[in-house]
Design a protein around this ligand. Structure first.
Ligand code: GAR
Length: 209
């Protein structure tokens, strides 16, 4: 691929399967990104182990060591900025970010959320979707702005919800979609097919799902 590699930093809190999906696409040359670092706020985050195995720089910034969210976020900014990323990828990073952090990376901060936003922001989305008896559910990639899980939507993928679904079964069905749409959204950003302007996603070409 002739496109220049997009420098990215990935933030995780746990399993890291979305990070792995991005890594796999990068390693096979389908996604023109240079994953410069993976940062976890939880020393136990499994994804950090995968990153180390792949020879990627990793950092642990344990939020429990910080009394104030603002101080934690400032430390996080310091680490991220060492790597001068053009995109910061939140991949299961389970922290609410300060306004200062969000503004620092405005237009360069992407998140994936396991629901069809604006439905079910926050936690336990699969349980809540089942309880609400929705017939479809899914995942959303969006730019991060001031509102938690409320930023402008880049891409969504839907899955059906079946009668006998449990939260785990539904989560796995959604996760499969997450692994497709997150690399796809990052690719579109790398190719400058999408960008954020005045709080809206501008598309220069249609995204093909
Ligand atoms: C994913 O389902 C992601 O959408 C969700 O956490 C999971 C992380 O899985 N993120 C959020 O809920 C953010 N609000 P992973 O660590 O295997 O990528």
């Amino acid at each position: 691929m002739s496109t220049k590699l997009l420098p990215i930093v990935v933030l995780i809190s746990g399993r890291g399967s979305n990070f792995l999906a991005i890594l796999e696409q990068a390693q096979t040359g389908k996604l023109p990104v240079d994953i410069r670092a993976v940062i976890g706020n939880n020393p136990q985050a499994q994804g950090l182990f995968y990153a180390q195995q792949a020879g990627i720089n990793t950092h642990i910034l344990d939020h429990r060591q910080y009394k104030q969210r603002q101080i934690f976020d400032r430390e996080l900014i310091k680490i991220i900025d060492i790597y001068t990323p053009d995109l910061v990828v939140l991949a299961g990073f389970m922290r609410i970010l300060t306004l200062e952090f969000v503004q620092h990376y405005i237009g360069k901060l992407m998140n994936i959320h396991p629901s069809l936003l604006p439905k079910f922001p926050g936690l336990n989305t699969h349980q809540r979707a089942l309880k609400a008896k929705v017939y479809e559910h899914g995942a959303t990639v969006h730019f991060v702005t001031e509102e938690v899980d409320g930023g402008p939507i880049i891409l969504q993928a839907k899955v059906p919800v079946y009668k006998n679904d449990t939260p785990e079964i539904l989560a796995n069905r959604v996760l499969e979609k997450e692994h497709k749409i997150y690399p796809q959204a990052i690719l579109a950003f790398a190719k400058k097919e999408i960008y954020l302007k005045d709080g809206q996603v501008i598309r220069t070409t249609p995204l093909v799902k």
